[in-house]
Design a protein. Structure first.
Length: 231
């Protein structure tokens, strides 16, 4: 099927879930088809690039002192699948767990157009998708991860739903620490730097707190906030 060359978005699926509305849209940009995820009217991400989502995974891996141990990673938020696909492309990850609370997004990857990005990763025996809320999982799991790569909002200061602010609160960061192995790395994607969140990481007991930037065409850089659970 040929789609018109227009920048006007076409809605492919729209669902009401327990956390509000999620929408999958298609937008044609010249010869490139771009898919977008919109949550409660807020643009989350699209398939136009993916560099900063890959940086999220690479920065977490680079910050690990793995020695001879193959690390495990939890990816918080399936999104358009760039982080999952990039993690699966690295054979050094021993286990890759993705936590996604929206069933619609999981469906778009398993049997929809986003399978073009994540299909190979979903067939990787190292990869598991959990349909649950991220903070609920962090607070209840007995598993421990070497890295947490979180990309569920536009950043700690710009959340998709109001209750997501709990993840970046002192109790939420304590839950992140509790789900990490000693020496494990927390990596949080954000559409803009947040000095306040850096302070929150330090106050929660994370060491080596820093922010890595990914330059974008316009505006402030995308960033990854990093912190390490002390050994």
């Amino acid at each position: 099927m040929q789609f018109p060359e227009t920048d006007a978005p076409v809605t492919l699926d729209r669902r009401e879930g327990p956390y509000g509305e999620v929408v999958l849209r298609r937008r044609q940009r010249g010869d490139t088809t771009v898919h977008e995820i919109i949550a409660n009217g807020c643009f989350l991400m699209d398939t136009s690039d993916g560099r900063s989502e890959r940086l999220l995974v690479d920065a977490a891996y680079a910050a690990l002192d793995t020695g001879n141990v193959a690390p495990s990673v939890l990816v918080g938020g399936l999104g358009v699948g760039f982080s999952l696909a990039h993690a699966a492309a690295n054979p050094s990850w021993r286990r890759i767990v993705v936590v996604e609370r929206e069933q619609a997004i999981i469906d778009w990857h398993r049997s929809g157009p986003l399978a073009a990005i994540s299909g190979e990763a979903l067939g990787d025996p190292r990869c598991v998708i959990l349909h649950t809320d991220l903070l609920t999982h962090l607070r209840s799991t007995t598993d421990r991860y070497d890295a947490l790569c979180l990309d569920i909002d536009n950043g700690p200061d710009w959340t998709v739903t109001e209750d997501n602010t709990n993840l970046y609160s002192p109790s939420g960061l304590t839950a992140c620490q509790g789900a990490l192995e000693p020496g494990g790395v927390l990596a949080v994607w954000s559409a803009q730097p947040s000095a306040e969140f850096e302070d929150a990481l330090r106050n929660a007991g994370f060491s080596g707190v820093r922010t890595e930037e990914m330059r974008v065409a316009r505006g402030v850089p995308d960033v990854v906030h990093l912190g390490v659970r002390p050994a």
